[in-house]
Design a protein around this ligand. Sequence first.
Ligand SMILES: NC(=O)c1ccc[n+]([C@@H]2O[C@H](COP(=O)([O-])OP(=O)(O)OC[C@H]3O[C@@H](n4cnc5c(N)ncnc54)[C@H](O)[C@@H]3O)[C@@H](O)[C@H]2O)c1
Length: 255
Amino acid sequence: MRLANKRALITAAASGMGRAGAELFAREGARVAAVDRDAEALKSVVDGINANGGKAEGFVADLSDNDAVTRCFGEATAWLGGIDVLWSHAGMPAPSEFEGFDLGRYERAAQLNVTQATLLASLAATGMHKQDKGSIVFTSSSSGLVGSASSPLYSSLKAALIGLTKGLAVRYAAEGIRVNAICPGMVATPMLYNDFMADSPFSREETEKRFLSAIPMGRPGQPEEIAHAALWLASDDASFVTGVALPVDGGLVAR
Ligand SMILES: NC(=O)c1ccc[n+]([C@@H]2O[C@H](COP(=O)([O-])OP(=O)(O)OC[C@H]3O[C@@H](n4cnc5c(N)ncnc54)[C@H](O)[C@@H]3O)[C@@H](O)[C@H]2O)c1
């Protein structure tokens, strides 16, 4: 098992890629602290993991509140007994407009995508530093690697995480803490259909066709495919990998 005896914290774990990650990390032997604001969905994920012989506990927190981030990290790591792996996955879309953009919405997106992830990583690094070992994985996006015309603001926030990944990777390399980012392309989760595609002026079918035409593989990713990439980065299989922003996108950014 790739994460035997590892203590892992995953945010946005009640749905999509985070859920797939919580289930996969648990199957690979990790004790999983699953964090999300959706209490009911989180309970069903955690119950499912425990019913299948894994070890998980849910921590309900709205990570748009920085005090809640700190509080929930404390509760989760008390239950875990420390931390070896952080998959900081929570994030949200930013406004698609640029001229006259909604500053409040942008600031909420900046807090969740960048400030919250930075705070969580800082708390995790403190724990990992004491044991000179650990792995941090951020969820950036293909939009952090290449410009997104549909949301330059989202591109800027996800690119910030890549900068943070590289800086932390260099700072902590000698301490045995690896820091990497995954950059999903379009992944079949509620966020893809309810958020990213929702702004489109076209029908749902036409919108999906246009989105998918950008992907060389011609299909969206499945949450499990991203979870496997996160697992690899989190595990000792990637022991010489740090500072990487790994596209998991069906070839989207290779064009
Ligand atoms: N789906 C995509 O196509 C795609 C592509 C690239 C990057 N991403 C990134 O992936 C992450 C989203 O993951 P997903 O697509 O698996 O989404 P999803 O819609 O399946 O799940 C999002 C989860 O985040 C939780 N959440 C949202 N806001 C929260 C908050 N303030 N506090 C705590 N929990 C909160 C929700 O309750 C939900 O369980 C984001 O960081 C997003 O930017 C998504």
